[in-house]
Design a protein around this ligand. Structure first.
Ligand SMILES: CSCCC(=O)/C(O)=C/O
Ligand SMILES: [Fe+2]
Ligand code: NI
Length: 187
């Protein structure tokens, strides 16, 4: 189930509010300029599946986004809890950073947690299969896949070079909850 928790930026121990319905999540995120949509994750894909297979399965959705919204590159992160580099891959996204382009991610399996730092608040967004999130360029954020990653996300970029992050050097991410493993990753 997708979930949004909103915190004061100085109080990572207690959420101010929580939303479990897609309409509520989309409304609250929309109020701060973040895109959150439900797409159909119509093609069964197992976390750990080869990126080329994911791209082939979701070719129509990818083409639609690239053509109508001008993205120029696509890649896939597809991880299973047994991945040998899971700790290194997790660490890559755990600290607060920004990008000079919108961060658009379509989750087609499993789950991952984005945390966004906007105007004195912290928005913790648990994204599940079917969720498309669009974080505007320049937004401070971090991402956690838990110690047992179990997800497939399609990433779209306007920069043909793909993923480039600018780390803020702040330690705020350490004061907010990390992701707990998805039920399917441990079961
Ligand atoms: C869910 S895709 C992997 C994370 C990523 O690309 C990013 O920039 C996180 O902030
Ligand atoms: Fe990011
Ligand atoms: Ni769920």
């Amino acid at each position: 189930m997708s979930r949004l928790r909103i915190y004061d930026e100085n109080r990572g121990e207690t959420a101010l509010s929580e939303y479990l319905d897609h309409a509520g999540i989309a409304r609250e995120l929309g109020n701060v300029g973040v895109r959150f949509e439900q797409w159909e994750a119509a093609h069964p894909i197992a976390p750990g599946a080869a990126p080329d297979d994911v791209i082939a399965a979701y070719r129509d959705d990818i083409d639609r986004l690239m053509t109508s919204e001008g993205y120029r590159a696509v890649d896939v992160i597809s991880l299973h809890p047994d991945h040998p580099d899971r700790a290194t891959l997790r660490k890559k996204f755990l600290d607060e950073h920004t990008h000079s382009e919108d961060e658009v991610r379509f989750f087609v399996a499993g789950a991952g947690q984005f945390t966004l730092h906007i105007e004195g608040k912290v928005y913790e967004v648990l994204c599940e299969a079917g969720d498309l999130i669009g974080v505007p360029d320049g937004t401070r954020h971090w991402f956690d896949m838990s110690e047992a990653p179990y997800f497939v996300a399609i990433r779209l970029f306007t920069n043909p070079e793909g993923w480039v992050a600018n780390f803020t050097g702040e330690d705020i991410a350490e004061r907010f909850p990390r992701m707990t493993p998805h039920a399917s990753a441990t079961g």
